[in-house]
Design a protein around this ligand. Sequence first.
Ligand code: FES
Length: 126
Amino acid sequence: MTEQETYVFVCDSTSVESGSEAVFEINDREVLVVRSAEGELFAIEDNCPHANECISGGRVRNGFYACPHHGARFELSTGKSMTNLSTKPLICFDVREVDGKIEAIVPQKEKKKFIPGGAPPGFGPM
Ligand code: FES
């Protein structure tokens, strides 16, 4: 297990009761922790790939999460998009519960590299 794959503390278990969710900032990412009514725990990036809006505040039902903005639905265990609104999946994080604490593996967000004058080939002066 590399440093990138280490579980980090997210919150106490009581912070996300059954049928609720909460957003936490971890490694420069907004992580949405969702606990279904049945008690199953999920951690996803708080970003809907349809229009790059926060996805928190949506609805959980039968293992799926519906975005509050336009209703795109995603499978929580895999992030797979279940509607035509988004071809991209949600970003899912491994999550676990140990001794009353919720932990997740949340890799550091990659920073976009700035390349001065870096127009792709075919763009700009010839
Ligand atoms: S932003 Fe989520 S469905 Fe459009």
